[in-house]
Design a protein around this ligand. Structure first.
Ligand SMILES: Cc1cc2nc3c(=O)[nH]c(=O)nc-3n(C[C@H](O)[C@H](O)[C@H](O)COP(=O)(O)O)c2cc1C
Ligand code: SF4
Ligand code: SF4
Length: 435
């Protein structure tokens, strides 16, 4: 059976599934139950400085985006870091770590961007025997207005500076949690590495307003007639997180920097995708909040079964496997030609493919009077939209033209050779190079 054990920057856990810093990890009672359910590790809900705990709103904190079946696709929150006293959290962390030595326990920290503030909290965290710290440079609301969270994560110089303080005053692994609310994720990741970070984790939540109450004319969740932007997460953010993880895994300046992948992980497959794009483990928040702690059972069972099927013996064998296949657009093979094919036996004649193709400008699907839908190869540009909108899985597939076949749309014979934009005759830069 596949070995699910994980070693993330020297932090060992029985599996690569950690709970992300959030309400599920806000107290001892929860974390103990999470460990009993099988989670490999937790990142404790973010700790703040000593003093009066932060104050949360007392109205609704969350908003959601749903699929047609009311399955939760995206969650938005306006919650802050832990609102429990620092001392209480530290005592609980120490007790839990002592009772679960084989699980990873990470302290997430967000204190003002001043050396004294970090110097004060780090020894106290070290006393809990936590396996490492995660610097929360990500929260996009509430704390960022006070110069913390994403306000730090958006300035690479600050990231490097704070990371350096942490490496100076703390002797266990330092993970820097990145905000996605930035144009180029490689810059903060590079700054974290320059500051001496052992790893980065991403993504934290994305600036968002989920919806507007049109009677109140106010964003939701609405607090006494007003709303503010919050942080978006859940399955809807996974594509953004996957792309950012892959960028850090590919970039020269950050290649090899260990990554903890976060954002919409709900199933074992999501986790495997993050691992394949360069994450060394994954963290989960929304899925645990939506379905409960036991979701980890399915994740672990599913990942293990898939690894057995594929012959992967350890998690590390999956890490980064797909990275060499992530490329820039200009290197995609322009001589790879496909056409849509409709399986008439599977088709339920709903007509969605027809409407989409017709009105998206290709007019490549015909509809007969008795509602038989067929692809017109002379028009099909192989965009994949019909596959995307068809309600029947695998009813439409994209079939590759073999070398020697003629594309009836362009009249060109498929060469079977690899030919990309860098050498294409229409590319002015290619012409220049040839001259
Ligand atoms: C209600 C809520 C509270 C959160 N609080 C924190 C926090 O205190 N510290 C932190 O680093 N991230 C916090 N996060 C962000 C999560 O740790 C995680 O980065 C994000 O939700 C993306 O993962 P997901 O799609 O699995 O939810 C919070 C998320 C939610 C939904
Ligand atoms: S692949 Fe695109 S162009 Fe071709 S039939 Fe489908 S929707 Fe139309
Ligand atoms: S969308 Fe799919 S099921 Fe509906 S008509 Fe087209 S091929 Fe048939």
């Amino acid at each position: 059976m596949a070995d699910l054990s994980s070693d993330f920057v020297g932090i060992k856990s029985p599996n690569p599934f950690w709970l992300a810093s959030a309400p599920p990890t806000d107290k001892e009672y929860n974390v103990r139950r999470a460990f009993e359910a099988g989670w490999g590790g937790v990142v404790w809900k973010t700790l703040g400085s000593e003093g009066p705990p932060v104050v949360n709103v007392n109205g609704p904190r969350y908003g959601a985006i749903y699929g047609a079946d009311r399955r939760l696709l995206g969650l938005n929150n306006i919650e802050l870091i832990t609102d429990r006293p620092l001392e209480t959290n530290l005592e609980e962390m120490a007790r839990v770590k002592a009772d679960y030595p084989d699980r990873a326990l990470i302290a997430s920290i967000m204190v003002p961007c001043e050396e004294e503030a970090w110097k004060a909290i780090l020894p106290r965290v070290a006393e809990t025997n936590a396996d490492g710290i995660e610097l929360n440079f990500g929260c996009p609301h509430g704390m960022s207005e006070r110069g913390m969270g994403s306000a730090v994560g958006q300035v690479p110089e600050y990231i490097a500076m704070v990371t350096r303080w942490c490496k100076q005053y703390y002797d266990r692994p330092v993970i820097v949690k990145l905000t996605p609310n930035i144009t180029d994720i490689r810059k903060p990741a590079e700054a974290a590495r320059n500051g001496g970070a052992d790893a980065v984790s991403l993504i934290n939540t994305i600036n968002s307003i989920t919806s507007v109450d049109l009677d109140l004319m106010a964003p939701q969740p609405t607090i006494d007639g007003k709303g503010s932007h919050g942080g978006y997460c859940g399955p809807a953010v996974k594509p953004i997180a996957l792309s950012m993880v892959s960028e850090i895994a590919r970039a020269e300046a950050t290649r090899g920097l260990p990554i903890s992948g976060i954002g919409g992980v709900t199933t074992w497959r999501d986790a495997a995708e993050f691992l394949s794009l360069g994450a060394h483990n994954v963290q989960v928040c929304t899925a645990a909040m939506t379905y409960g702690f036991r979701i980890v059972e399915e994740m672990a069972r599913g990942l293990s079964a898939w690894m057995d099927e594929k012959g992967y013996r350890s998690v590390s064998e999956i890490v980064g496997r797909a990275v060499p296949n992530v490329t820039d657009w200009q290197y995609l093979n322009l001589d790879y030609v496909t056409k849509a094919r409709i399986d008439q036996d599977a088709c339920i004649q709903c007509g969605r493919c027809y409407a989409a193709c017709e009105d998206t400008s290709h007019q490549a699907i015909s509809m007969s009077p008795d509602r038989v839908f067929e692809v017109i190869d002379e028009e099909c540009v192989a965009c994949n939209l019909c596959v995307d909108v068809c309600p029947v899985e695998n009813c439409i597939s994209m079939v590759k033209l073999e070398a020697g076949e003629t594309d009836p749309r362009t009249g060109r014979v498929v060469s079977g050779e690899y030919a990309n934009w860098t050498t294409h005759p229409n590319n002015p830069m290619a012409v220049k190079a040839a001259e």
